[in-house]
Ligand binder design. Structure first.
Ligand code: DOR
Length: 429
């Protein structure tokens, strides 16, 4: 089966390529690129007016399987990914049981192959049960296919265990991803500590809790000569620490979420639990520093931290509700609206941060459009205006702070291994 994408604007950061061209796909791979291509018997997709990008990669997704299927599972999560324009996602290990052994890694990979509609990569836990006391089966998990190691969902309190985990994981040239918030400083805080939390009388999670944890993570990674990736950076102090560490040559990368780039703690004034997330939405000075960090390359990637919860779990008093919300079906629109249409990122930069960079960090053969590469492609309309309606989401997690927001830019087709998995917003497999 051949597929010919005609007349789209191909934006491929891996080669600095930005021009109109055709792409011919056969047997899951790109076999030709150029002008005025034709191919007998090929299905033709008219991509005129659309951007044709290497498939977007979300390196921070909570798929919730095994054990937490009321929130999400591989079927609903990968369909949400396809709807949002993602061709590859990496899932976090804070499931039930925790992904801390090779058999669970292989179980998820096996199931995803049959039930998933996009490529699924697995991130294994650093500590057994994510309890922070003994190392998980790191080596076995990596040999079974885990692409990174992380105790995401909570900050690892045990410095010695993190040091050993970094040393061990680095032997496999694999990154450790840290959720950096110092527990003793965040305690049971529910939002960013600052003027808004004081006004609302809500317990805060201070930015310094993140700064301290990031400083510790960087120092240990430098000491262990290991590959460190900082998840969902949200504080200006953390951005500066990562900037300085990179200058020094520490092997550190970082990601930021669409919500931390575009929302502030002012959103919490609604008391809507859809604004509750860890780390929390911070004040405007932090948001400005995150954008600057993304622009100058201090922050490498954009990742959603898609963290769905069952409706009834989030539908309660702010303090009691779990943290996290769904993100894959709004990410591209939020980033195009908030960063591209405002002139803060070019399309080449945006796609680099949402595809090429995550592929590089996780060591994936993806994130580029070139002859011979797998045909994982995202086609989007950068100017399509739409209004978020979470009731129509494919994910089970219906809460999002972007519900009812008007956005400009949306994926119109997602191609995985040469086949459409989403067309015109509808998942089609
Ligand atoms: O708000 C969050 N929710 N932050 C995380 O890091 C974990 C996530 C979850 O798993 O629900």
């Amino acid at each position: 089966m051949k597929l010919l994408l005609k007349g789209g604007r191909i934006v491929n950061p891996a080669q600095g390529f930005d021009a109109i061209a055709d792409i011919l796909i056969e047997n899951g791979h790109i076999i030709e690129m150029g002008d005025q291509l034709s191919a007998e018997g090929a299905e033709v997709f008219d991509a005129q007016g659309f951007v044709v990008a290497p498939g977007l990669i979300d390196m921070h997704v909570h798929l919730r399987e095994p054990g937490l299927e009321a929130k999400e599972d591989i079927v609903s999560g990968t369909r949400a990914a396809a709807a949002g324009g993602f061709t590859t996602i990496a899932c976090m290990p804070n499931t039930k049981p925790v992904v801390d052994s090779a058999i669970i890694v292989s179980g998820i990979l096996h199931r995803a192959q049959y039930e998933g509609v996009v490529n699924v990569k697995v991130i294994g836990a650093l500590s057994k049960g994510q309890l922070g006391t003994e190392l998980a089966e790191i080596g076995d998990m990596i040999l079974t296919g885990a692409v990174a190691i992380s105790d995401d969902g909570s900050s690892l309190n045990n410095n010695s265990l993190l040091k050993t985990g970094l040393e061990y994981t680095s032997m496999f040239h694999c990154p450790v991803i840290t959720h950096s918030e110092d527990d003793s400083l965040v305690e049971d805080g529910v939002m960013h500590e600052g003027a808004v939390s004081a006004m609302l009388g809500m317990k805060g999670r201070p930015a310094v809790a993140e700064d301290i944890a990031v400083a510790r993570d960087i120092m240990l990674a430098e000491y262990a000569d290991a590959k460190l990736h900082i998840a969902h950076v949200s504080s200006k102090g953390a951005v500066e620490l990562i900037r300085q560490a990179k200058k020094k040559g520490v092997n550190v990368t970082a990601e930021v979420t669409p919500h931390h780039l575009t929302l502030t703690d002012e959103a919490v004034k609604s008391f809507d639990t859809a604004t509750k997330v860890n780390p929390p939405l911070r004040s405007a000075d932090h948001v400005a520093a995150l954008i600057e960090g993304l622009q100058d390359g201090t922050i490498d990637a954009i990742a959603t931290d898609h963290a769905p919860h069952a409706f009834e779990e989030k539908d309660m008093e702010y303090k009691q509700a779990p943290s996290g919300f769904t993100g894959m079906e709004t990410a591209l629109g939020v980033i195009l609206t908030g960063l591209y249409h405002t002139g803060k990122l070019t399309l080449l930069e945006l796609i680099e941060r949402m595809s090429t960079a995550p592929a590089r960090i996780l060591g994936l053969k993806a994130g580029t459009i070139e002859v011979g590469s797998p045909a994982d492609i995202t086609i989007f309309d950068a100017d399509l205006e739409w209004v978020v309606d979470s009731s129509k989401f494919y994910t089970r997690g219906k809460q999002t702070p972007f519900d009812k927001k008007a956005l400009k830019g949306k994926a119109v087709a997602t191609i995985v291994n040469g086949k459409f998995v989403m067309r015109n917003g509808e998942v089609c497999t």
